[in-house]
Write a protein that binds this ligand. Structure first.
Ligand code: UDP
Ligand code: MG
Length: 314
């Protein structure tokens, strides 16, 4: 019998947890040829999520959980879930039912019949999302795919099923700045894609603010491309050439027409413009430097407060 581990990062999901559990149980009953294990990662929730997880474990021994000592972010949650998973196949999915559990049957069939290492999902539409968010998301994916050699698929969700082999490969990537969409792609292997319509979350609120997404995007770019550094250097060279030509023009003009002091406003504009570009470039370097700084500290990705094992011992 093959075992499927379902990894579910949860942060303040008390409202959707039981709904999710019921759904996933229904699907697991339909897939009775497979053994299941549910690994809920409580990412430092401040609501009743931990209690509810304990309750679920008491009801159903297939339910396992890991509680973090504080909120470490979804990426850390996924990493922890993957390292706790013991199945032959691992599924990552959200607890808000935005990743339809029903789709799991199809995904499992696909990974078995099509002999691939991963079946991932993507949303075709961004229905139900604020237009401004969709707009910036589109630009982000265009940009990052231009400058990164790792393919980052637009609309890709973290909802996917992968083989144990691919999961182990992902776990060897111990970087602190984790950008799952890139990591799944970077490790290689065969990924097949499945599209579905955007689904609204059943309960609770999204954890993403606009700024949160912006910073997530910048982290993704820094994690999977060094092109911004190249762009900064190229801009520097372009301005050097322009400055050189301008110096020549000024020398020749002075020799022909003499020394006249004009051009104060344009000078101010140029100073501001160049200072802006310089600060922008330093900012880019700073982004990479800050990531190097954090990586060298080698802090753990997450800290565990309790797991279901603590309950079993009591
Ligand atoms: N999540 C998490 N830690 C966080 C934020 C979110 O584990 O710091 C979980 C959350 O509980 C949910 C999933 O990640 O199961 C996706 O979060 P959300 O629905 O807020 O994101 P969206 O679907 O809007 O992209
Ligand atoms: Mg969601």
């Amino acid at each position: 019998m093959e075992k499927i581990s379902i990894v579910v990062p949860c942060y303040n999901e008390e409202e959707s947890l039981f709904l999710f559990y019921d759904e996933i149980c229904r699907v697991s009953t339909d897939m009775s040829d497979q053994e299941f294990e549910f690994i809920f990662v409580d990412d430092g929730s401040k609501d009743k999520t931990p209690e509810k997880l304990r309750n679920l474990h008491q009801r159903d021994s297939r339910v396992r959980f890991v509680s973090f000592s504080r909120n470490f972010g979804k990426e850390a949650g996924i990493f922890a879930g993957l390292s706790y998973a013991t199945g032959d196949y691992v599924v990552v999915m959200d607890s808000d039912l935005q990743d339809p559990p029903e789709l799991l049957k199809k995904m499992f069939k696909m990974i078995k019949t099509e002999k691939c290492d991963c079946v991932a999902t993507r949303r075709d539409t961004r229905k139900g999302e604020p237009p401004i968010r969709s707009f910036f998301s589109k630009i982000f994916y265009k940009f990052i795919n231009k400058i990164s050699r790792t393919e980052i698929v637009d609309g890709a969700r973290d909802f996917r099923i992968l083989t144990k082999q691919m999961k182990d490969a992902i776990l060897t990537m111990g970087e602190r700045n984790r950008f799952s969409k890139g990591i799944f792609s970077w490790v290689g292997f065969d990924t097949k894609w499945l599209s579905y319509d955007n689904v609204k979350r059943v309960a609770g609120n999204t954890k993403w603010s606009f700024w949160g997404l912006l910073i997530y995007g910048i982290n993704g770019i820094v994690a999977f491309s060094t092109m911004p550094l190249v762009i900064a250097s190229i801009i520097g060279i372009i301005f050097f050439v322009i400055a050189f030509i301008m110096i020549l023009v000024i020398i020749i003009k002075t020799l022909i027409f003499g020394d006249t002091v004009v051009g104060y406003p344009s000078l101010v504009c140029i100073i501001f413009f160049l200072a802006g570009i310089q600060l922008f470039s330093i900012g880019i370097i700073g982004q990479y430097l800050s990531k190097v700084y954090l990586e060298t500290k080698e802090r753990p990705l997450y800290i565990v407060k309790s797991t279901e094992k603590d309950m079993d011992l009591k």
